[in-house]
Design a protein around this ligand. Structure first.
Ligand code: ADP
Ligand code: MG
Ligand code: ZN
Length: 469
């Protein structure tokens, strides 16, 4: 059975102030209902004033998605009765969005973009003592009301839940590169996911936070719809709610049509002419997009496409980290090898993102330098990187604290001498032509000194000792 998926993605735009007033958008760590004013609370007589930065961000997004930017835009009031908007309407764009058309490639598959428009975020509802359908009470935080959102609507071109996830990952990375969005913000990306199977009725799962949850919700919905069809049950056109705790979707309401909302033109905002200069200027100063960055890292640093792909796709911070390391350390290929193989592995193991860990380009390149100057062996570096990622401490400090630096050759020679005299059988074997016996002795030495010697130095010393007596 074939799944058909279309997404409506709401992203909070990175601006200092809200869409129509000067209240702050920096609301993650402040008391509820403190970033509010007569405009975002919809007091009678208050008038919205459009934030130009939000429009610019929207245009930049439209350009990145190859959409056509409208020369004249308008705002509308979407009327509905629900306490998340104190005005009883949301200012959004309906008849004339900011941009239309465009696409985003996911692998070789082109996903069409229907439209890109700007609107204000509603307040956050906090359900206490239950979920959305059975809470004892509901608290309202109007700090979020009026935060600028961009809504990006896709065509129903997505054919699987994995593709939906990949689409969202790529979109999020693009928005991050454009500097219009902060992926670490709480609820900064929210999705309404529409899904149908085999040409059946479509179901809309509303307001899913974060793209991992989108994948879960879609998986649940596809399975649910499939089993309904298998049992001969009808799939009704409806809006469902996804509970991130239980991973289950449930009926919220029968699907309303957009027309049911009763849109009217927003009389407090006039038409806005997006000048050729404004759009042209933004077009000319577009930041580097992820695909371009992947190519540039390959060209500039001589790393493989595979490595560049991983570095860039891990997130903007990771590619900035990589380039900073290349400024501090001369061999950009070594940086990429160690970053892609060992650093990322350790971060994954700790379940940490780069932002959460305390590592820095300075300390990471210190680790590489310590291998070069013979302070530590490669083998030890691979061990050490785990502690380094976990603690964020300077690798040099870690080596000192744990007394892990390589032994001076003289000390190592003494250990080799001891092992050789403790193993006369292995020595005899070696001399009778069983060269494998040397491996055994090397192994014994390495075991004794732990990681405090490089394997090739030990090999040289052991062979030297076997030659001698
Ligand atoms: P509405 O007005 O109900 O929001 P839209 O026509 O604006 O409906 O479409 C909303 C979303 O639903 C879009 O992302 C679109 O791609 C998606 N969609 C449309 N038809 C289908 C379908 N048959 N199956 C899955 N998604 C669909
Ligand atoms: Mg819709
Ligand atoms: Zn305000």
């Amino acid at each position: 059975m074939k799944a058909t998926i279309g997404l409506e993605i709401h992203v909070q735009l990175k601006t200092q102030s809200k869409l129509f007033c000067s209240c702050t958008t920096d609301i993650d760590d402040i008391e509820p209902n403190t970033a509010v004013c007569p405009i975002c609370l919809g007091y009678p007589g208050s008038k919205p004033k459009l934030n130009k930065k939000a429009i610019e961000h929207g245009i930049t997004i439209g350009i990145a998605l190859e959409s056509s930017i409208k020369p004249v835009i308008r705002f509308s009031r979407k009327n509905y009765f629900y306490p998340d908007m104190a005005k009883n309407y949301q200012i959004t764009q309906y008849e004339v969005p900011l941009a239309e058309g465009g696409y985003l490639m996911v692998g070789d598959h082109r996903i069409g973009i229907t439209r890109v428009h700007i609107e204000e975020d509603p307040a956050k509802l906090v359900h206490v003592g239950g979920g959305i359908t059975n809470a004892r009470e509901t608290l309202i935080d109007y700090n979020r009301a009026g935060v600028p959102l961009v809504e990006i609507v896709t065509e129903p071109d997505i054919t699987s839940t994995e593709e939906a996830r990949d689409f969202l990952k790529k979109l999020s990375l693009i928005l991050e590169h454009l500097g219009v969005y902060d992926p670490s913000g709480e609820g900064s990306l929210r999705v309404d996911a529409n899904v149908s199977i085999d040409g059946g009725n479509r179901v809309e799962v509303k307001n899913i936070t974060g793209f991992r949850n989108v994948e879960k919700a879609l998986n649940y919905e596809v399975v649910r719809q499939r089993s309904a069809v298998n049992m001969g049950l009808p799939i009704v056109r409806e809006t469902r709610h996804f509970d991130a705790e239980t991973g289950v979707t449930s009926t919220l309401r029968l699907k309303e049509q957009e027309e049911d909302y009763g849109y009217i033109a927003e009389p407090d905002l006039t038409q806005i002419h997006l000048g050729v200069d404004l759009v042209g200027g933004l077009r000319a100063s577009m930041p580097e997009l992820p695909d371009q960055r992947i190519q540039r890292l390959v060209d500039r640093y001589g790393i493989t496409r595979f490595q560049s792909d991983i570095i860039v796709n891990t997130g903007l911070r990771m590619s900035v980290f990589y380039e900073k390391c290349c400024e501090l350390y001369s061999n950009s290929k070594t940086v990429a090898n160690w970053l892609v193989t060992y650093l990322l592995k350790s971060l994954n193991y700790e379940g940490m993102s780069l932002e959460e860990s305390k590592i820095s380009p300075e300390t990471f390149t210190e680790l590489l330098t310590m291998m070069d100057d013979g302070t530590i062996s490669e083998r030890l570096a691979k061990e050490l990187i785990k502690d380094y990622v976990k603690t964020g401490k300077s690798p040099r400090k870690l080596v000192e604290e744990k007394n892990l630096a390589l032994l001076p050759v003289d000390e190592l020679r003494v250990v080799v001498g001891e092992i050789v005299s403790e193993n006369p059988q292995a020595v005899a074997d070696y001399r009778s032509g069983k060269t494998k016996a040397a491996e055994y002795l090397i192994g014994q030495v390495l075991r004794k000194v732990r990681a405090r010697a490089a394997a090739n130095t030990v090999r040289e010393l052991v062979l030297e000792a076997l030659k001698e007596n």
